[in-house]
Design a protein around this ligand. Sequence first.
Ligand code: FES
Length: 104
Amino acid sequence: MGTMTFTKVATTADFLFDRMEGFQVSGKDFLVARVGGRFSALGNICTHQGCRLSGGKIREGRIRCPCHGSAFDPATGTVLQGPAGKPLSLYHIKVENDQVWVDL
Ligand code: FES
């Protein structure tokens, strides 16, 4: 089992509800989303044609790609609507003392 290496990437105050933001840290391109009060960290590159999802919006609890409208479940990275066919990678995340940490 690999060791988790959590890196602090943001504070909870940086996130309103149903917002996401992209980060590039340690060579990883990921986004942190806050949906319905729950934080998650996912790959930021759409699995359809590579658009950056953090440039899109969260609509009805789904991450919507700005390019062709694919929708992903923010909790799991699962595709909810194509044209994307593959899920996003999912990172471990933890929120402690108003700080957001991601396992990179
Ligand atoms: S690149 Fe995201 S839907 Fe096409």
